[in-house]
Write a protein that binds this ligand. Structure first.
Ligand SMILES: Nc1ncnc2c1ncn2[C@@H]1O[C@H](COP(=O)(O)OP(=O)(O)OP(=O)(O)O)[C@@H](O)[C@H]1O
Ligand SMILES: [Mg+2]
Length: 256
């Protein structure tokens, strides 16, 4: 579904050139949840923006469902950490926003919107405004809006980073439940190792300066995963070791 091949990117400011992505290649199969995990500044958002068509590569190729990505499309929706709801619109009208401009019967539009709001557990709150909702509920509205558009791919840039732990866990479970039903392909950017292990079919570990992918780790655990289980901790530790934070102070073979 997503094919990134030998992507290179530099940001140039006057005489200074910042080599952000160096020969980055990866793919995401249809229906997979894949996470880009890496330290701050390693180029995760830049890479995600390229897949979404918001940023151009200097060289290399970004292909979505067989077509080169040139600009953002409705087939591939981006969800950000910041909650971008229109405060003067109700929950229902905020979700409808995603479908505005689409040629479709009113009945079909209403069904898509109410189905999506049911999926995120907000059907009792259709007529509320943003200020009447908790942070978790607000992020649920943005998730409902994305799924109502029925995209092939959802890109998420640290979608739950602003939430407290319990809300984050709850929304991670909801995301998995909805994805299981809709089979949407999801590419997530995070620096939260727990989030990556809990959600991902595969984790792509990125190094910095310049950003590159140096490990592709399949998480071979059935979902939903037991956050307290031994298997879960095995993967958590393995990934921590990749980042040299595990307390196991072996000399790394590479620098991040
Ligand atoms: N539009 C831009 N113009 C110039 N430099 C940029 C631009 N966008 C990103 N950069 C630089 O590219 C590098 C990677 O940024 P990016 O936002 O992709 O990192 P990130 O991995 O998402 O970090 P974080 O985890 O902090 O969000 C940084 O050095 C950043 O300053
Ligand atoms: Mg970022």
């Amino acid at each position: 579904m997503i094919e990134v091949t030998n992507v290179d990117k530099k940001f140039v400011n006057g005489n200074e050139s910042n080599h952000v992505l160096d020969q980055v290649s990866f793919h995401v199969e249809k229906g997979e949840i894949v996470t880009l995990l890496g330290k701050s500044g390693c180029g995760k958002s830049t890479l995600l923006n390229m897949v979404g068509g918001f940023e151009n590569e200097d060289s290399g190729k970004v292909v979505l469902d067989g077509k080169a990505v040139k600009r953002p499309t409705r087939k591939c929706i981006m969800l950000f950490q910041q909650i971008n709801l229109l405060p003067w619109r109700t929950v229902l009208k905020n979700v409808e926003l995603g479908l505005e401009g689409e040629k479709m019967e009113v009945a079909e539009k209403n069904k898509r919107v109410t189905d999506a709001l049911k999926l995120v557990g907000l059907k009792e709150h259709l007529h509320k405004f943003q200020h009447e909702l908790s942070d978790g509920m607000q992020q649920r509205v943005t998730i409902a809006r994305a799924f109502a558009m029925q995209p092939d791919v959802i890109l998420m840039d640290e979608p739950f980073a602003a939430l407290d732990t319990f809300n984050r866990y709850l929304l991670q479970d909801e995301l998995l439940r909805i994805q299981e039903k809709m089979k949407t392909t999801i590419l997530i950017v995070t620096h939260d190792i727990d989030e990556a292990v809990y959600l991902s079919d595969r984790i792509l570990i990125m190094g910095s300066h310049p950003g590159r992918i140096f490990k592709d780790i399949p998480i071979q655990l059935a979902k939903p995963r037991d956050r307290a289980g031994e298997d879960y901790h095995y993967y958590r530790k393995r990934i921590l070791q990749e980042f040299e934070l595990s307390g196991n102070r072996q000399e790394p073979e590479y620098t991040i």
